[in-house]
Ligand binder design. Sequence first.
Ligand code: HEC
Length: 106
Amino acid sequence: MLVLLLALAPAQAGDAAAGKLLYAANCTACHGPAGDGKGPAAIALKPKPPDFTSAAWWTPERTDAAISASIVSGRPGTGMSGFSQFSPGDVADLVAYLRSFAPPAP
Ligand code: HEC
């Protein structure tokens, strides 16, 4: 049923609840369950994963397109490898979930 609902969802409308599941399975080791970059594997990484809970990270350059590109293609020279197996809908869901870590605008 969940799969059916995801399949019917428009590709661009990211679903943060679905993104949370993908994040828990694929991203927490480095990015941490709280999105603060303090996952158990982060200690070994240089550069460190960013802190998605920090307002300072959410500059205007962090567009959905830019974040999506980093997820799909990774960040060369860092521990962030690309997740090219994800569908555009999966990536949109992840972006929606990552945005939920951002602090409310002041
Ligand atoms: C093996 C560790 C690791 C895993 C797993 C991982 N990341 Fe990352 N991620 C990193 C590191 C390290 C960076 C910092 C890269 C840099 O400084 O350019 C990063 C950076 C990012 C960025 C910021 C890129 C930018 O444009 O600055 C996003 C978005 C991101 N990761 C999303 C994800 C998502 C979503 C997942 C799961 C699907 C994931 N990452 C899984 C290590 C990881």
